[in-house]
Design a binder for this molecule. Structure first.
Ligand code: C2E
Ligand code: MG
Ligand code: MG
Length: 562
């Protein structure tokens, strides 16, 4: 028994019934720093750290004397003065007459264990990249903020912040650069708000800021503006890169927009989505009607997903319509534009202006765009087999499709499959698409152009691009946006823009196509400006394949046709 006492790795301390120390073992001396001689005869109170309240000790002694034992965590003081946490068990030992004869205390240092569990706790509640609180921690903190503000009848604002086009940074420069950008964003967010406000990272490029104690919406707007400027005004330096991170911010306010964290977050997310569709880099306050819009959008997204997966070689809920393009000089049809149409059994005819943006946001434009291209080629084969020649068919290409290296191989594959040449088709890229991610876009456009494919800039005049920039792209055609053509006779500005664009385009050796020509006055006006080719209802609405075949067969060109 003695040997066990001596060699036990836990510290053991024995006192008499008056709580005077009568024996300690070696482990005790090692942990506490006191030798046996220094403590024998004294009261263990000498180790007290002062960190525990008198009530704590009272309860401990009650348990020992009444229940026979107590164990728990307690802080003691070492001989060198340092405090350390121990796990202590004290038992009362009784003699034959059931009177307390001794107290036996055993304990071990649990400092490392506490340290490790603190670290685990930190890991569980913090994002390891930015060291901001994570979603778990945010969820518990927001509830606390809400409860506190509920008492004081204050408002709590929740700002959901999503970085615009962050995926592009990751995709083009790598995750390492993306990580550094997130850290820089986290630091700026922290600097924008008070120390008592919550800044957390929910995951990916989503951050959340909680502002408790808000008195009016103006304050929130000014902080949202500050966050927006702080992130977007000056660039983030990451290694050799200069990066810009603009945010889209959605704001929901307790209690009006939700009485718990979950609802607030969901509504802030809806508002954030509206900020994205309002052109990004802005903030939006949540409004009730937004949910209806979000639900409709979700319904459309699901329907689109389903429609795409239902496509078989013989059946598709999507079809293509074709609209002719007429050359002014001789009235010949020099092109058709292929336009996607979607008929849903319940939703009916969904216009491309509605489903294309959803397809773009959700990535579904990839499979849809591939389908459109293959289906166009199939139709061109059909037109040629019907003996119809002398025109190209133009396909609309979205930004996302241009960001994927596989576009040239889809084009090559479909052309080969239907025994067509690159001169049979044309690709339309919107102006804003051509401006995004210029390097990658340029490389893909060059590959397509090198194959001999004609490229056109669509909706020209609606984006921010300059002709000076477009000059570097391998394009042959500019399509003047419909909105300019529409008011060309009545709006002097539109007329001036059309006129200048035609002149500049010609100087750069580009062919000018006007879209949305509906009247002969518009046609004559555009002819005077020197426009080359016209497309619009004046000639024909977009028609299904069989009808366009009829149209082309019966078409008789005249100069200034209409
Ligand atoms: P867009 O490429 O600018 O196509 C021209 C749009 O103008 C078509 O609308 C066409 O029907 C319409 N239009 C043509 N002539 C006239 C006219 O005289 N008056 C008026 N008011 N409108 C006219 P649509 O078919 O509704 O397509 C809208 C947009 O959806 C297209 O604009 C294009 O950006 C996009 N889109 C359509 N199909 C596809 C596709 O297969 N892929 C991609 N990425 N986008 C597509
Ligand atoms: Mg187009
Ligand atoms: Mg257009």
């Amino acid at each position: 028994m003695r040997r066990i006492f001596v060699q036990c790795s836990e510290a053991i301390l024995v006192t008499d019934r008056d709580n005077r120390i009568i024996a300690v073992n070696a482990a005790f001396s090692q942990l506490s720093g006191y030798s046996a001689e220094e403590v024998i005869g004294r009261n263990p109170r000498m180790f007290s750290s002062g960190r525990n309240e008198p009530a704590f000790y009272a309860e401990m002694w009650r348990a020992i004397n009444e229940d026979g034992a107590w164990s728990g965590e307690i802080w003691d003081r070492r001989k060198d003065g340092n405090l350390y946490p121990i796990w202590l068990t004290v038992s009362a030992v009784r003699d034959n007459e059931n009177r307390i004869a001794n107290y036996v205390a055993t304990f071990a240092d649990i400092g490392e264990r506490i340290e490790a569990s603190n670290q685990l706790l930190h890991l569980a509640y913090h994002d390891p990249l930015t060291h901001l609180p994570n979603r778990l921690s945010f969820e518990s903190q927001i509830e606390l903020s809400i409860r506190a503000c509920e008492r004081d009848h204050k408002q709590v604002a929740l700002m959901l912040i999503d970085l615009d086009h962050f995926k592009m940074v990751n995709d083009t420069l790598g995750h390492h650069v993306g990580d550094e950008l997130l850290k820089s964003v986290a630091n700026r967010l922290r600097d924008c708000v008070r120390a008592s406000d919550i800044v957390a990272r929910l995951g990916g490029d989503e951050f959340v800021v909680v502002l408790p104690d808000i008195d009016c919406a103006m304050t929130i707007a000014s902080i949202a503006g500050k966050v927006q400027r702080s992130l977007s005004d000056s660039s983030h330096r990451v290694g050799p890169h200069t990066l810009y991170a603009t945010p889209s911010i959605g704001i929901a306010i307790y209690p009006g927009d939700g009485r718990d964290g979950e609802t607030l977050l969901r509504n802030a997310d809806t508002a954030m989505y509206h900020a994205k569709s309002a052109g990004r880099n802005n903030y939006q306050f949540y409004a009730k009607h937004m949910n209806a819009a979000a639900a409709a959008r979700l319904e459309l997204e699901n329907a689109l997903r389903e429609a795409l997966s239902s496509i078989t070689p013989t059946h598709s809920p999507f079809t293509l319509h074709f609209q002719p393009q007429v050359r002014l000089s001789d009235g010949q049809i020099v092109g058709l534009e292929a336009l996607a149409r979607w008929r849903h059994p319940q939703l009916g005819e969904v216009p491309p202006g509605r489903f294309i943006p959803v397809a773009e946001e959700t990535g579904l434009i990839q499979p849809l765009g591939d389908w459109v291209f293959w289906e166009t080629c199939r139709n061109v084969r059909h037109f040629r087999d019907c003996g119809l020649h002398g025109f190209r068919v133009a396909v609309n290409i979205s930004a996302q499709q241009l960001r994927h290296e596989n576009l040239p191989s889809v084009v090559r594959g479909a052309l080969a499959c239907y025994e067509l040449t690159p001169q049979d088709i044309e690709l339309e890229i919107t102006e804003s698409t051509a401006m995004q991610n210029p390097e990658l876009t340029l490389s893909i456009l060059n590959q397509l152009s090198d194959m001999g494919i004609v490229l056109a800039i669509d909706d020209f005049g609606t984006g921010y691009s300059s002709l000076a920039y477009l000059k570097h792209l391998p394009i042959q055609r500019l399509k003047l946006d419909r909105s300019f053509v529409q008011d060309i006779e009545t709006d002097q500005n539109d007329a001036a823009i059309c006129s200048a664009t035609v002149a500049l385009g010609h100087n750069l050796g580009l062919e000018l196509v006007a879209e949305g020509v509906e009247t002969s006055t518009q046609r004559d006006f555009l002819a005077r400006l020197g426009c080359d080719t016209l497309q619009g209802f004046l000639y024909s609405k977009p028609l299904p394949a069989d009808r366009i075949v009829e149209y082309l067969r019966s078409y008789r060109p005249t100069r200034l046709n209409g």
